[in-house]
Every structure is written in structure tokens, then in C-alpha cells.
Ligand binder design. Sequence first.
Ligand SMILES: [Zn+2]
Length: 368
Amino acid sequence: MKRLLCCIMALTMIGSATAFAAEPVDNSAIAEKALSEVTALYEDLYTITNAEAEVQNSTYDDMGNIIVDVVVSFDRTLKATCAEDMPYIQGLEIALTELTDPDEISAASAYIDAKKADLEDNYIGVAQDTYIELQVTVPIATARSNAAQAIGIDNIEYVGMNENVPAKELAPDSNQAMMEPGQAAILNITERMATPSTRASTINSVIKNYDRVRARDYARDWSCTNGSLYDHATCHNPEYTFYASNDCTNFVSQCLVYGGLPTDSKWKPYTEPWKTTGNAGNGIRQYLTNNGLFFHSTNEKEAFAGSIINWLNSDGTNAGHVGLVDQNDTATMTFCAHTRCRRSCPWTGEKVDFYIPYWDSYEGDWTK
Ligand SMILES: [Zn+2]
């Protein structure tokens, strides 16, 4: 009898353990909650439409927490109705009023006019695609039936190229923080004017062939949101080789060629500058800067669509990864990239710098 009781107890325990493990977690409810938490970050500046969330995967970490991989997508339309509503533009305008030299005023005004035109034509009133890969952690102690309600923004991470970043860092900067780079940009212009012009000797007029909007369109056409490292049809233009796990620079080179930048003996499929970032000293970054086609910048406000975004390690050294900027409305920047695949994904948190063409084809003017 005693032995039978033992057996019944053991069976009961197995039964309850099985029931615990099998208790369903509503992954789609978790994804929807993550979507609402993330879109809320943008709602001060943007009207959000077409918001959707898709569960990619669900697993457990070593601690037994539930990890749900989610891709959220939505359209952002600036609430600003004119370029002057944007804090960055306001920062530029304030700095302009402090200039007295007619040449400086003229150069700063030209930069401001170009920024305003880019904003008015490409961003104000234009819905911008946004795709973000997220990782949601449901702590092991959370009641499974209540998981979606229990999680908040602190349970959500943005899946970056090199590392995960707290999703709350996706929130656009405060107005003050967006104004300050505007003032800094005008200072950069006047400082450059104080030194002898180097344009004639360093800038290569071949860059005037580069149509940055066409390059942007190619980047969007041949990228996706599934985070894949491997060859797949949506991201493999059959005219080119696809390098599994290592296609980032090959992809950016294709964007530049489609934008009209002519190949030459050094930069063509599949030379080192075509397919590597340049950590070994002979990559796309060195090719573009040494040939006077693109300049290096750490100011993300300068990096308009068609610029290259370059990932850095935390110590500032190059991480060996590049993508193409496809949106920059001065509040949010997004990029497209390969391996892993990203399309119109906001940049946030991760350390990066930029390579920007000397010629702004959209404005039909030099950028420096
Ligand atoms: Zn893809």
C-alpha cells in the first residue's frame, strides 16, 4: 500500500511538471505588447500607422526565462508639418543668426536650405518604413497566463548588429539634444571655411555620377527583415555573387554601382575594396576616402540617405561591418544591410561612424 502511494505521488508530480511546462504562453500577445511599447517611443514625434508584429521564434535562456524573438514593423510619419518644426533645423537657424561674415552666412544658408529641402521633399508627410528585430524576455517567475500584460519596455531589447541594446534607446532624442548638433554643424562649416579650401585637390568629381536616392532604392529592393546570414532570393541579385555570412560590403558596393558610381581597376567585383570593409587596410572605406569620393564623419545628422554606416567596436576600432543609410529625417536614421539582413532598421545605441559622398545628388551641390 505504501509503495502504491509512492507511485501515485510520483505520477502526480510528473503530471503537474508536465502541465507546468506545457502551459501555453501567448507569444502573439507578447509580440503585440512589444509592438505597442516600441511604437510608444516614437509617438511624440511621429504618427504611427500599419503597425504589425510577427513572432520569429520562442525559446528559453539558461535561467529558464522565456525568450521571444519578434520583428515589428510600422510606418512613421513626422508630425512636423514643415522643416522648421524639426529641432535640428531650429539649431541650425539659431547658429546662423550668430554669424556676421557674409561668406559664412552664405555657406551656412546653403547647407540649411539643402537640409530643409531634403526634409520637405523626402520626409515631411511621407510615411517611412520601419522594421525592428526585438528580443523579449519573459522572466521565469512571471505567470505564463499573464506574460504579455506583465512585460514592459525594460523586458525588450533591440537586436543590433553586434550587440543587443535596451529597446528604450530607440526613442528619438529630446528636442534640446537634437538642436545642439545643428549648432555644431554650423560651427563645422565656419571652421572648414577658416582653413584653405581643399576641395580642388581632394575631391574627385567622379562622385557627381553618384545618385544617392537610386542607391537607397537599390538597398531597399535587395534587403529584407529576416536577419538571415545565408543566401536567399529576396536579397541576392542574381547578377552578383552572394557571400554567406560575409555579404555586407559586397551589398554596399552594389548599392553604389546602382547609384551610378563607376567601377575602376581597384573597385570592381570582387576586389578587396569591393567586398571588404578595410580592416586589413585595403577595403571600401580606404578606396572611397583615398579617392576623394566620400568623407569620414562622426556626425549622424550629416549622413543623409545614400551614405555608408560603419560599425565600431566599443574601443572605437572598426568592427568590420557596413550598411547603407536609407533614411535620415534628423530625428531617426535607418539603414539597410546584409548579413545579417536588415531593411529600414533604426540605428540606435551601437557605436558607428559614417562615410558620406562629397556630392549631394539630391541637392545638386557639394557637401563640403
Ligand atoms: Zn535578406
